[in-house]
Design a protein around this ligand. Structure first.
Ligand code: NI
Length: 388
């Protein structure tokens, strides 16, 4: 009978993963590490994708299936911590806490094996690759059949913005749809002293950036959250040369499908219209990313119940939606489920930096709390699964 998991073990898994981070779709060693561990527990992992895997824990009694997901990939960031277990791979870092998510789910495996005799139903552990890079690993797992027979799906994200011992969740839309775009403006280059003989792509693109600010402020319903951000602007080669081309990239964040379509259409119309007005050519490559993450109300309530039982009534912080994206959203399009933000902030541990920061780290004392909250939530869902 496997023993219950403790902080020491969770910490050692997390530190191993932290030292050996792998980028999205390249999580070969990570997958092998998880697979070896699951096999050592007597489980039979299912590998149907290049990286990532899932495994079932069949209880002694019949019942529904609850899937629990952890993402396993790291980011292209050079780690800037002094931790003794910092990344051994230059330019790659677990800067989003997915090393913590993975070890939490490894702990969840042990906890459910320890209570297999009493388990009414089945637990499916989803170790998902490539959350950080669209199109993302969630769709791959879903296409490979990871949600077949699943009645509910849950997951969590470690967030240093909340202290260890706190958790937050929102029923309904909690994270935004995140799209990206590339805007190319082509004019006619020439001498900086002879603008009348050119079509200045830089000057036109600058106006496009300004005009795009009108979309959210003047066209989107003020009660609908939306963001249009330009992240890069490249044009020109020298101070006295008029730029022939400009290339800009950006991101659009929305919650509703209507707003998403409105912004996409509006950007296209504005850029085309302006290009025509100034005699330039424009190409907008708008790529849809992850959809909005929408938590199922009942599963959210079950999560909150579990959080209050494990962390105490003060452990639950009523949440607010955020404009970040998450490919857990794809699971929620298929099955009732919910996604939790679990606090791991602690100044004493240096866990004060936001996700994706080169100095990001977590308070490891959040790891056993994550295990307990997921186990408790899954147990409740097995006993009372969502209907339909
Ligand atoms: Ni993340």
């Amino acid at each position: 009978m496997p023993q219950h998991v403790d902080l020491e073990e969770l910490r050692s898994w997390r530190r191993h993963l932290h030292q050996h981070p792998e980028l999205s779709f390249e999580e070969h060693e990570t997958t092998a590490y998880i697979e070896g561990y699951l096999r050592s527990l007597g489980l039979e992992p299912v590998r149907k994708t290049e990286t990532g895997l899932w495994a079932d824990i069949q209880g002694a009694h019949p019942g529904p299936t609850v899937a629990i997901r952890a993402d396993i990939d790291a980011l292209p960031i050079e780690e800037q911590t002094d931790l003794p277990f910092r990344s051994q791979k230059p330019g790659v870092m677990h800067a989003c806490g997915h090393d913590g998510h993975t070890s939490i789910l490894m702990g969840v495996a042990r906890e459910f094996l320890a209570r297999r005799q009493d388990l009414k139903g089945r637990i499916r552990l989803l170790f998902q690759p490539a959350e950080e890079t669209p199109p993302g690993g969630a769709q791959l797992l879903i296409q490979a059949g990871a949600l077949e027979g699943v009645d509910a799906v849950i997951g969590l994200h470690l967030i240093p913005a909340f202290p260890t011992g706190k958790a937050s969740i929102v029923a309904g839309p909690m994270m935004a749809a995140s799209d990206r775009f590339v805007l190319e403006v082509v004019g006619k280059g020439g001498h900086g002293a002879s603008p009348h003989e050119t079509v200045d792509a830089l000057a036109i693109a600058a106006q496009m950036v300004t005009a795009a600010q009108q979309v959210v402020s003047r066209q989107v319903d003020p009660l609908e959250p939306a963001v249009v951000t330009f992240g890069t602007f490249h044009a020109g080669s020298n101070f006295n040369i008029i730029a022939q081309e400009a290339r800009l990239t950006g991101t659009v964040r929305t919650f509703s499908e209507g707003t998403r379509q409105l912004i996409e259409g509006s950007l296209e119309r504005i850029f085309q219209g302006m290009a025509q007005a100034y005699g330039a050519k424009v190409r907008l490559d708008y790529r849809r990313g992850y959809p909005a993450l929408v938590n199922h109300p009942y599963v959210t309530d079950v999560f909150i119940e579990a959080v209050k039982e494990i962390l105490g009534p003060e452990g639950y912080i009523p949440g607010r939606p955020v404009m970040g994206g998450e490919d857990f959203a794809y699971y929620l399009q298929q099955k009732p489920g919910a996604f939790l933000f679990l606090g791991c902030g602690n100044p004493a541990e240096g866990a004060i930096y936001p996700n994706h920061h080169p100095s990001f780290t977590i308070d490891e004392k959040a790891l056993p709390l994550g295990v307990d909250v997921l186990v408790r939530t899954a147990e409740k869902l097995l006993a009372h699964p969502p209907r339909g």
